[in-house]
Design a protein around this ligand. Structure first.
Ligand SMILES: CC(C)(COP(=O)(O)OP(=O)(O)OC[C@H]1O[C@@H](n2cnc3c(N)ncnc32)[C@H](O)[C@@H]1OP(=O)(O)O)[C@@H](O)C(=O)NCCC(=O)NCCS
Length: 167
């Protein structure tokens, strides 16, 4: 029974991977896959966020955030039998007009090779496919130009992002 269960779950995950796969990039030593598969090891995601120095967040809240996201894109590197998460982004949405992109990250070892740009293009493509045209994000100061290059405007027509935090 255990054997069949494990066989089916492998088949399921292969099918899910095929259904959810977006673009694929070949490097001399590995393959890189973009996917909408939400079956994410949250500890692996935490490691990825650690690698860029982000503050840790409770895993249960990250799980909830992903469950309630409209678009989730991951980038994985496949090197032989070794497979790891190297990029991630997600977007929340009202599913009609507006979406906001969150948690855009590429592992430092893979930065500067066009993966961040491709990741953002995939998120925007998925949102446009759902006919969402008002796409926003909150850029850290050091990445404003990264997003600007991708067509995002800071303060369009003077509009300011405003935040409320608990006193
Ligand atoms: C921001 C980040 C996702 C970019 O990913 P990346 O894979 O390194 O970016 P790319 O290689 O696709 O770069 C695409 C273009 O943006 C430029 N770019 C990349 N990072 C940039 C930055 N911080 N500032 C300005 N331009 C940047 C690149 O030079 C490249 O320009 P080109 O097309 O003219 O060559 C990545 O650096 C990262 O994960 N940083 C840490 C997490 C973070 O700060 N996320 C954003 C939170 S708001």
């Amino acid at each position: 029974m255990g054997f069949w269960k494990s066989l089916f779950s492998v088949t399921d995950s292969v099918e899910t991977a095929q259904k959810t796969r977006l673009r694929q990039v070949k490097t001399p030593t590995s393959q890189i896959f973009f996917s909408t598969d939400r079956n994410i090891d949250l500890y692996e995601l935490e490691e990825l966020c650690d690698s860029v120095g982000w503050a840790r967040r409770p895993i249960r809240k990250v799980r909830k955030a992903i469950e309630h996201s409209f678009v989730v894109i991951t980038i994985r590197e496949q090197r032989g039998s070794f497979n790891r998460l190297i990029g991630f982004a997600r977007a929340t949405s009202d599913r009609a007009f507006n979406a906001t992109i969150w948690d855009v990250v590429v592992h430092p070892e893979f930065q500067g090779r066009g993966l961040g740009k491709a990741l953002m293009q995939e998120v925007v493509k998925e949102l446009r496919r759902a006919d969402i045209s008002n796409i926003s994000l909150f850029a850290d100061a050091h990445v404003v130009d990264f997003y600007r290059q991708l067509g995002f405007n800071a303060d369009p027509e003077g509009i300011k992002g405003m935040f409320w935090y608990p006193p």
